[in-house]
Design a binder for this molecule. Sequence first.
Ligand code: OGA
Ligand code: NI
Length: 332
Amino acid sequence: MAEMNFVSNLEGVEVVPESYVCPPEKRPDVAVKKTIPVLDFATHDRALLFQKILDSTHEFGFFQVINHGVPKKLVEETMSIFMEFHSMSPYDKRRECSKDNKSCRVFTSSNNYENEQTHFWRDCLALTCHPLDKNIHFWPQNPPKFREVVRTYCVAMEKFSWEIIDMISEGLGLEKGYLEGEMSSNRRITANHYPICPNPSLTLGLNQHCDRNLITILFQDANGLQVFKDGHWISFDSVDDAFLINFGYLFEVISNGKLKATEHRVVTNAKASRQSLGYFIFPENDVIIEPAKCLINEANPARYRSLELEDFYRHFFAVSTNTEETMKYILA
Ligand code: OGA
Ligand code: NI
């Protein structure tokens, strides 16, 4: 088994190690700078907000949200506690995550380290965060305030996420409660740390992919996320205090293609490290995901098939998250 080194421990290297050098066709080159729409969630007109979500998703695959109700100070505290975690020694990080390997995992690059062609320039701490009381005992106890801060963050994110889910559910015309319970109760947080990289033109922080969940709510402390839309890579500035939101394959299936999963990647930076916090909403593993019945009729037949999630995930990883192959699998 290949030795799994955290990228954090490479900080300071002057040359990118061979195993992190992407093949030429995968290296990040030009990206066009655009502006991703910013939605103000303090707006009372929910129908208008939903229309903006549709428009922005259609044009860019992502949208930004401000006035989301998650206190700025809490986001900062959470970012810094995860930063502290990533700066601990490899031994300490592994020890803090050894209580249970499902609720809490620290790893580097991708989920597929052993088999991937190239490693990615990121370290990641992934936590299961729902239900909180069942999982929190397995989370790190160091840095000392870790559990307290991350718990508060999860509670705030859960509240915010329901605002989004309810708005979309209503906007799409789904049955009330369709997305509640086991449809969306599998929640995970990832804290991605992308250290300074000596040569960003050779590396990626994360490869080109669509997310395999329902919705992702991301906070980034510096630019680095890029979106692939209509054949072009788009870079953008995220506004202060905003969350970035995108849909995964499972929402594309449920909405019968009204909402689309969009490819994205992370580029690295030679001047500063970067951290992102992802909040991922998944269904429980034994749920069947299919186009919602109310969105299907003679004029709009189901465009996707029913997915057994464990099979779907297995396939997604077997094709190394390749989008074309994944689409072939989910289309009817
Ligand atoms: C992801 C992802 C982006 C980022 O974890 O799926 O796309 O900026 N992360 O870390
Ligand atoms: Ni992603």
